[in-house]
Design a protein around this ligand. Structure first.
Ligand code: APR
Length: 251
């Protein structure tokens, strides 16, 4: 595990500064949703090759549906709610004197339910379905099966979770890179830095801009040494504190 930055340089962008935030599964952990690579995480219980690739879906769609049905059912339970970190990012979006774009790798809807508006789900969202036959996308909060019929083309068997599987292109990448190219602050929250292209965002920001970079994670990520600033601890503590620091400069 790389060492975290030796110097934590707190730097506040100018008023009007553009902030890009990347989140991963760690921000949803304290809401009761599992991460992927922590001990006991999702990929320690099921092989991603069996449930999260186009080939897996073609081979055994029922198994893929069962995997996402289980995650959607967990997500629907009453005790899974946005936490203080999600709410702090909504406050930042509302009160920061500049543009704030939130890019999440997460396929849960906790950022949406917290109230984030300028939000990109680069890996899609499992509370939507997409039809492999006609491309129609629709909200789908409940269970999905191969028998379900697409309301777009009236055919069964083509509906899949509207998520990005390994080997597929993440969503809205042009818009994301455009924001990275012009940001003044890049914040990475709750991600291990294992999966590209998201894991490459901090290097891209450093290459293309003079932006400040900050990592807020439980522990140093794979890309920890690329960040100018780091705060390690649970997101429900580090994110509200960091947002307070940013907003205090303009209040
Ligand atoms: N607060 C902050 N960070 C946390 C917390 C917490 N309470 N709990 C765990 N973390 C951190 C872990 O230290 C880890 O670095 O969150 C990170 C979670 O890493 P992963 O499980 O690898 O999840 P993520 O980085 O989001 O995975 C990226 O991989 O499997 C694919 O598509 C999937 O979007 C996912 C992508």
């Amino acid at each position: 595990m790389p060492q975290s930055p030796t110097v934590s340089l707190a730097a506040i962008p100018p008023a009007g500064g553009r902030i890009v935030i990347l989140t991963g599964a760690g921000i949803s952990k304290e809401s009761g949703l599992e991460t992927f690579r922590d001990p006991g995480g999702i990929w320690s219980k099921v092989r991603l090759e069996d449930v999260a690739t186009p080939e897996a879906f073609a081979r055994d769609p029922a198994r893929c549906h069962a995997f996402y049905n289980m995650r959607r059912a967990r997500h629907r339970s009453m005790d899974v709610q946005p936490n203080a970190a999600h709410h702090a990012l909504v406050r930042l979006e509302k009160e920061w004197p500049g543009d704030v774009l939130l890019v999440t790798q997460n396929v849960d809807s906790l950022h949406d339910r917290a109230g984030s508006k300028n939000l990109i789900h680069m890996h899609g969202i499992y509370t939507q379905a997409r039809c492999n036959d006609c491309g129609h996308a629709l909200d789908w909060p409940g269970d999905m099966s191969v028998e379900d019929i697409c309301s777009g083309c009236s055919r069964a068997g083509g509906l899949r979770p509207n998520v990005v599987w390994f080997g597929e292109m993440p969503m809205q990448m042009e818009r994301i890179y455009e924001a990275l190219r012009s940001c003044d602050l890049f914040i990475s929250i709750g991600t291990s830095g294992n999966v590209y292209p998201a894991a490459g965002f901090v290097a891209a920001v450093r290459k293309m801009t003079d932006a400040h970079t900050a990592e807020l994670n439980l522990e140093p990520s794979q890309g920890a040494t690329l960040f100018a600033e780091a705060h390690y601890g649970p997101a429900t503590q580090t994110v509200p504190a960091y947002v307070d620091t940013l907003l205090a400069a303009y209040q």
